[in-house]
Design a binder for this molecule. Structure first.
Ligand SMILES: [Fe+2]
Ligand SMILES: [Fe+2]
Length: 301
């Protein structure tokens, strides 16, 4: 028994995210000048500013997710979960860095990113008022939402067919990795929380009151800054594209209620085949992001 424990402890030290399917890929994107100002949904202001709001959320939001997970890392004995946490932290750190770069691109194009960034910082400050395990439950809900966003980034034909190819690379990479690590925060919550189901349920009103108003205000603000708030016909048609049956956001929102089920688990939705297909297409030697993927050999090794 002692030998087994010592072996597991030694393995835990050796294991990293890559060993459990969550490698830290160092991708560095350039956003070329030819990328149009409104790069999403065939020149849609509504669609592109929504992307800008998401991108503003990611760097501070993912830092918050990482901190909420890191808080409990030392309590974890299971070497596999420990390695998954390492992978989760590494992937989210890279996402934050690349979205900061993208946010600079938005700034250079004249989008006022300071406004959504201030909104999200305030929202996260409110979320930080809760207990560590409640904060981890908030992260699990945010990760559930992001995993379904990710699935749409990878599969929604209207989104993929109408977004500039250079920009699509970043969102696809981010999407693949969100699916790779979607269960990590959830599995950790199961281990460390004394009332994980209640905390998951409470995460819903917390996010709805602390975060959603800032997101919607930021979205409307960025559209207004573009001088397009009263371009009613185009905006309504772009909103319909997002919220119609089968629309990008509808597909995400209809997946939210299952998070409230007591026996919910992120892996009940099997996305392994989707992830594997994109891994081949994107991360292989001649893959779509071969140039951006700076540590491909190390990850492959
Ligand atoms: Fe992420
Ligand atoms: Fe994530």
């Amino acid at each position: 028994m002692k030998d087994t424990r010592e072996f597991m402890a030694a393995e835990a030290v050796k294991m990293n995210g890559a060993a459990v399917g969550i490698p830290t890929r160092n991708l560095q994107f350039k956003h070329p000048d030819e990328v149009p100002r409104y790069f999403a949904y065939n020149g849609s202001v509504v669609g592109t500013t929504l992307k800008a709001v998401f991108s503003a959320i990611f760097p501070p939001g993912e830092r918050y997710f990482v901190e909420s997970v890191r808080h409990f890392r030392d309590q974890v004995k299971d070497p596999v979960l420990k390695a998954k946490i390492t992978g989760f932290i590494g992937q989210e750190a890279m996402h934050g860095r690349e979205h900061e770069e993208l946010n600079e691109w938005f700034e250079k194009r004249g989008f006022d990113m300071a406004f959504p960034e201030a909104q999200i910082k305030f929202s996260l400050w409110l979320c930080e008022r809760f207990s560590p395990s409640q904060q981890l439950a908030i992260t699990t809900l945010a990760e559930h939402f992001t995993a379904h966003l990710a699935e749409e980034w990878l599969t929604h034909e209207e989104f993929r067919g109408s977004t500039h190819a250079e920009m699509l690379k970043l969102w696809t990479w981010h999407g693949i990795e969100e699916l790779e690590h979607k269960e990590v925060a959830y599995d950790l919550l199961q281990q460390v929380s004394e009332n994980e189901h209640l905390e998951r349920i409470l995460a819903v009103p917390i996010i709805v009151t602390c975060m959603v108003p800032g997101i919607l205000t930021s979205w409307a603000y960025l559209i207004a800054r573009e001088g397009k708030l009263f371009d009613v016909q185009r905006n309504l048609s772009d909103l319909w594209a997002l919220f119609k049956p089968g629309g990008f956001l509808t597909n995400v929102l209809v997946q939210m209620p299952q998070f409230l089920m007591k026996d919910f688990h992120p892996n009940q939705r099997d996305t392994r085949a989707l992830v594997e297909r994109y891994r081949q297409e994107y991360f292989s030697e001649k893959g779509t992001v071969a140039e951006e993927f700076k540590n491909r050999k190390a990850v492959a090794g």
